[in-house]
Design a protein. Structure first.
Length: 293
């Protein structure tokens, strides 16, 4: 035996730390797990897309309903609608698309997967909670992107609209709006027992969001206190950024450019980010992974 082995006062040498992934600052094992999560996410998302394509009712809701919305505003355009009314129509049109393509479809999907114990089984595997939930949302978000482009392509010649004045503002508003619909669908799923019940439990949220977009009640006709309150609903900043991005005007019809444009864009984006943060917090702390009793 060596003297180091016999000396009880000698401190053992520490075990070597796990090798770090180059440039990541994380243990290599953790980095490998994170790298493996991407193929896992893509595989689950591909399976979810297959299920969506096989579900005729969900496919009808996601494809045909949004495409029919621009035609509802055709009489208004032919009657010589003002820029304000057309701007309100544009905001409502895209909010309705996000509601049906993302919110309602995901609500039905999450409830169905939970009731069939799919979420519970996936959660016991190697995929993280975030991976499982995100994979379900990916097909709906992709379909939403395609439908928004299709709706814009139809609405421009049909309603005699100009090309978007501020495409980046429009893109940010619709992208953030689509992402916010995901936790809203999960929150509603917590209170939904069956897929059939989703038609009822989704009504309050959809009604509030449609009012926030200015469809049911024009924003200019609302009392000041109600208008300030409804401006905080997630659909209100989506509609506002659609107006700013496409026509370059605010709710009052005033042209917005330069610093004021980006100030309003930042303010509306902040509202959506707050809703996203609140939604993710609720999902993380209160989401039901097993069927409701």
């Amino acid at each position: 035996m060596t003297s180091a082995t016999l000396d009880p006062t000698r401190t053992p040498a520490p075990a070597p730390a796990p090798a770090s992934a180059p440039g990541s600052g994380r243990p290599a094992a953790t980095a490998r797990v994170r790298r493996r999560s991407t193929p896992r996410l893509l595989g689950l998302a591909r399976a979810e897309l297959t299920l969506l394509l096989r579900n005729r009712m969900q496919l009808f809701t996601a494809l045909l309903l949004p495409l029919s919305v621009p035609f509802l505003y055709l009489p208004l355009a032919r009657a010589g609608g003002t820029p304000e009314t057309l701007a309100a129509g544009l905001g409502t049109m895209f909010v309705v698309a996000l509601l049906f393509v993302v919110y309602y479809n995901l609500l039905s999907s999450y409830v169905a997967r939970r009731q069939d114990l799919v979420l519970k089984r996936l959660r016991t595997g190697e995929a993280s909670d975030a991976t499982v939930l995100t994979a379900t949302a990916v097909p709906a978000l992709l379909v939403a992107g395609v439908m928004i482009v299709a709706m814009g392509s139809i609405a421009t010649p049909l309603l005699d609209l100009p090309l978007p004045q501020n495409p980046l503002v429009l893109l940010v508003g619709l992208a953030l709006g689509a992402v916010v619909m995901v936790p809203l669908a999960l929150v509603t799923a917590n209170f939904t027992r069956t897929v059939e019940a989703a038609q009822i439990t989704s009504l309050p949220m959809m009604a509030v969001l449609i009012i926030g977009a200015g469809a049911a009640i024009p924003l200019g006709m609302m009392p000041d206190w109600f208008g300030r309150l409804i401006a905080l609903v997630p659909s209100a900043p989506i509609a506002a950024m659609v107006r700013l991005g496409w026509l370059g005007i605010d709710a009052d019809g005033a042209v917005v450019t330069g610093t004021e444009l980006w100030t309003q864009t930042a303010a509306q984006s902040a509202i959506l980010l707050v809703w996203l943060g609140l939604g993710l917090w609720y999902v993380r702390t209160h989401l039901r992974w097993e069927p409701r009793g």
